[in-house]
Ligand binder design. Sequence first.
Ligand SMILES: *Cc1c(COP(=O)(O)O)cnc(C)c1O
Length: 413
Amino acid sequence: MTSFQYKKGALHAESVPLGAIAEAVGTPTYVYSQAALTGHFQVLDKAFGESPHLICYSVKANSTLAVLGLFAGMGSGFDIVSGGELARVRQARGDMGKTVFAGVGKTQEEMARALAAGILLFNVESAEELEALDAVGRQAGRRAPFGLRVNPDVDARTHRYISTGLKTSKFGVPFEEAVALYARARKMKGVRALGVDCHIGSQLTRTAPVKAALSKVAGLYAELKAQGHPLEYLDIGGGLGITYADETPPSPQEYARTVLEVVKGTGARLILEPGRSLVGNAGVLLTRVLYRKQAPAKTFVVVDAGMNDLIRPALYEAHHALLPVVKQRGKAVEVDVVGPVCESTDVLARARPLVLPRQGALFAVMSAGAYGMSMASTYNSRPRPAEVLVEGTAWRVVRERERDEDLWRRERA
Ligand SMILES: *Cc1c(COP(=O)(O)O)cnc(C)c1O
């Protein structure tokens, strides 16, 4: 589903010309399509049909309140990785009873807050964390519901920085140790086993690693059930990829077929933790060309969005399509599109064929809805971008552009 299209040579988000948004709120600005956000959720939800499942949107992909609010309004649950994300979900009126908490370094304070908030379950990532959760549960006079995040040792065949299911990864409990840990947990008074969890990586474009991982985890689930653990949930994590350039990730239907084929028979309710696949292609980053610059060996286009605004190219060598907001005719030349940040890695696109834009021309950095604003920083003391949500012919600012005062808000000179 794409909600970003040219109409009479002008790139639109739904029915709003992106140029109009840039004029009104300036650049750089993130723009999201409500139709895309809700559409992606509904398509995935429908793909799992009548099979018992709960979609827990992965908050870290895009944690803006307006985005969380949209998902909450559709009955989504949430996958959180910090106390801050817990607070955001509450602020957006998300359902705590549909919220799951992952991460290798939860503090006891974060656990206590989440337990008091009544989350669905904790995805525990180590033996010591399980003991800590037990202590938190006992202190509260309750049994904290948990699943172990197991590491199935499967190569997700994605970028090494976003692979999480290998033996060498910091995430999860080694697969072989899981049964013994559940047995230990049974003797604890502050926890109660409710599920099994895995998440092997992000931007998965093939079904084979998903199948391999889930086969192992479904087997474990069945084994634990047979041992009398009162499990209900099989959490399959997130990771479904999207098309940035020419990737061909499985469709939601194909993904659902793959998953359901492997897990049917377990009788488990599924938890899905999609992030990128719901929000990635629902957002763009608007940026304006500041300067063109001819170096001996290269042509540079300097734009006003930097790696502080969108770090994915610098951090993951990620590719983002760049579309001129006003369609350009002419011969493409190879350019490096770079940001203003004083780092050599602040390159939005390398050796990209583009019709050389005019100074002041606008570009939409496509597929920027996931891990864009949520990873933005103020490095180089650059206030973070504004965010806009489009719905049909209407649009509104859902986060104001930061001001200089915001840069030093908590400082004491
Ligand atoms: C990041 C993360 C997700 C979401 O991954 P996507 O690739 O954005 O779908 C899901 N679960 C866990 C535990 C994560 O850390």
